[in-house]
Ligand binder design. Structure first.
Ligand SMILES: C[S@@+](CC[C@H](N)C(=O)[O-])C[C@H]1O[C@@H](n2cnc3c(N)ncnc32)[C@H](O)[C@@H]1O
Length: 235
């Protein structure tokens, strides 16, 4: 039976001071501008989709757990349509510039079957626990068109700096980090085929532009600050 209870008051509490709560001296060594982390994600997502032969301008993109919609604001114009959803109405209320919908529950997405071509879930699954992880993954599969793509981006528990930042971040008090292997099993159990796993966030903002090719070379070494897992829904 699906859990249809509306939970996650947690992010409703964080919404009014979200950017401040993420501040951390170690995180600031990597980037002063919080948008930098979204830009890094977008650079990788765009490369992965293009490598998979996807034509972005024809795709409908859904960002699950979009929070305040920064990634959608940054990259949405590359797609035919870009929408987000999140169980936290307060997080969504901080951004009126992009189309975002409130989820009726943490494991229900307010969209029809086979209604989107591409789904992202960025730093969401470490806030989802127990059986809700499987239920949310099945929901992602339900809303994706056959053969549609899903990209999960998560903190990499193998990276000691990531672990240290997560440990003292108030927003991550409930965090249960998952390895790329665990994320892959989650998706495969829901019927997805893993396309690629890439590790990124090796270098701080000030070095990244010069070392972008080195970061690409390191993408299969499981030590980057985060990882992106790309998977295809069954055709
Ligand atoms: C760390 S924030 C990340 C927000 C955004 N994806 C980003 O990268 O800035 C985690 C978000 O996941 C949302 N979330 C938690 N449980 C969720 C669930 N079961 N389904 C969808 N979103 C969820 C929270 O409300 C919150 O907005």
């Amino acid at each position: 039976m699906q859990n249809t209870e509306k939970v996650d008051p947690e992010f409703d509490q964080y919404a009014h001071s979200y950017a401040g709560l993420l501040e951390d001296p170690m995180r600031s060594l990597f980037a002063l501008d919080p948008l930098h982390f979204h830009r890094r994600k977008w650079i990788l997502i765009e490369r992965l989709l293009k490598n998979a032969g996807m034509n972005l301008s024809t795709l409908k993109w859904l960002d699950v757990g979009c929070g305040q919609g920064e990634l959608l604001g940054l990259a949405g114009s590359n797609f035919a349509q870009a929408i987000g959803c999140d169980p936290s109405a307060s997080m969504l209320s901080k951004n009126r510039a992009v189309e975002m919908h409130e989820q009726p529950s943490p494991v229900v997405l307010p969209f029809g079957d086979s209604s989107v071509d591409f789904v992202t879930a960025v730093c969401v699954f470490h806030h989802v626990h127990g059986r809700a992880r499987t239920l949310l993954t099945s929901e992602i599969r339900r809303v994706l068109t056959p053969g549609g793509m899903c990209c999960i981006i998560e903190h990499n528990p193998w990276n000691p700096v990531t672990r240290a930042i997560v440990k003292r971040c108030p927003v991550d008090v409930d965090a249960e980090l998952l390895t790329a292997r665990k994320a892959s099993v989650l998706l495969q159990t829901a019927g997805f085929e893993t396309v690629s796993t890439d590790y990124f966030l090796y270098f701080p903002e000030r070095l990244f532009n010069r070392l972008i090719s080195v970061e690409k070379m390191l993408c299969k070494i499981p030590l980057g600050g985060q990882f992106a897992l790309l998977a295809r829904a069954p055709a």
